[in-house]
Ligand binder design. Structure first.
Ligand code: RIB
Ligand code: CA
Length: 319
């Protein structure tokens, strides 16, 4: 039985790769996309989500627009130097013909989870605002979701949005702290592992050579994204696989090594957005900030070669 999945997304080049990876995976049944600010403003994230589903011929999948701003204040703005002005590598795609549903993202998430207890996997691959709002709307989703697998955070490594913080968490630290404290089965697929998953130009050549329109779109949007990574990381070739790594976890958790730790999110000062697991301190010494916090399943290792083979295998011809 395919796992029912809602992807909360800020498309975003790597979001598009993750969504297409999920749509091409028979183990998964994507029942909805919910949109959020982050790589782009939420309106454009919504437009891009609609565009991606039209490219995939899956306009049967509903798109629900989410929050325009984080919980604690205005959105600081998009990152065109990473994902392009259009969030799709400046591919200048036509406007979508389809439209989002009227139901807001948080209400959609609540309705779907409560209607199918234990069946829905929630995959946030952007800031966690919609997820926190869904918990506020109906706290019982924590007991009724199958699992939450999110791309975000950095437990044991530096950030990418700042030296301290990973972009999705940095965009809404208050929401992230709520999500990591909700007592549900949540897995953090953070920079600790996604910075080990490097997709190279040889992989992109396979996307370009594939007859699959989804692969063709990826080949079209990735150059702008790759140029950012190669500017930001001298000597690097290609990109880090962020959002798709969360999809890969849902398909095959054995790709990852994990640890379970209580985890807090810094919301103050220059480390705002840093995810702090309670590592190394025995239970009797645990400071109040971490005491009585539920464990989070934190990914600390990954079989990068096998992950990339899984993802490229779903969208391209064998090498
Ligand atoms: O830090 C990487 C994350 O931030 C990814 O989800 C990427 O799409 C951006 O949203
Ligand atoms: Ca994203």
């Amino acid at each position: 039985m395919a796992q029912k999945m809602i992807i909360d997304t800020d498309p975003g080049v790597d979001d598009a790769m993750a969504i297409f990876f999920a749509l091409r995976s028979p183990e998964l049944d994507v029942i909805g996309l919910t949109t959020v600010f982050g790589n782009v403003h939420t309106d454009l994230a919504t437009t891009n989500a609609l565009r991606l589903l039209e490219i995939a011929g899956r306009t049967d999948i509903p798109v629900a627009k989410g929050a325009d701003d984080p919980l604690a204040g205005p959105f600081k703005g998009p990152v065109p130097f990473v994902h392009g002005d259009d969030g799709q590598g400046n591919a200048n795609l036509p406007a979508p013909r389809s439209r989002p549903i009227d139901q807001p993202a948080a209400a959609f998430i609540v309705e779907q989870i409560m209607a199918a207890p234990g069946e829905i996997t929630l995959v946030p691959i952007g800031p966690l605002t919609n997820i926190a709002l869904a918990l506020r709307l109906e706290p019982r989703i924590a007991q009724n979701v199958k699992q939450v697998v999110l791309m975000g955070g950095n437990a044991l490594c530096p950030g990418n949005a700042t030296p301290a913080a990973e972009a999705n968490i940095h965009n809404d630290p208050e929401a992230a702290d709520i999500v990591f404290g909700a007592g549900w089965p949540v897995t953090m697929v953070g920079l600790d592992v996604t910075h080990q998953v490097n997709m190279t130009p040889e992989h992109f050549e396979r996307y370009a050579a594939s007859p699959d329109p989804l692969a063709q779109h990826i080949a079209r949007i990735v150059p702008h994204y790759r140029a950012y990574f190669e500017r930001a990381n001298p000597g690097m070739r290609g990109i880090y696989v962020h959002d798709s790594s969360a999809i890969a976890y849902v398909i095959d958790p054995t790709l990852f090594e994990t640890r379970q730790w209580p985890l807090r999110v810094e919301t103050q000062g220059f480390s705002r957005g840093k995810t702090w697991p309670a590592i190394g301190t025995g239970a009797e010494q645990l400071p109040a900030a971490w005491r009585n916090r539920p464990p989070v399943n934190v990914c600390v290792g990954v079989d990068a070669k096998r992950l990339i083979a899984l993802e490229t295998g779903r969208l391209t011809q064998p090498a």
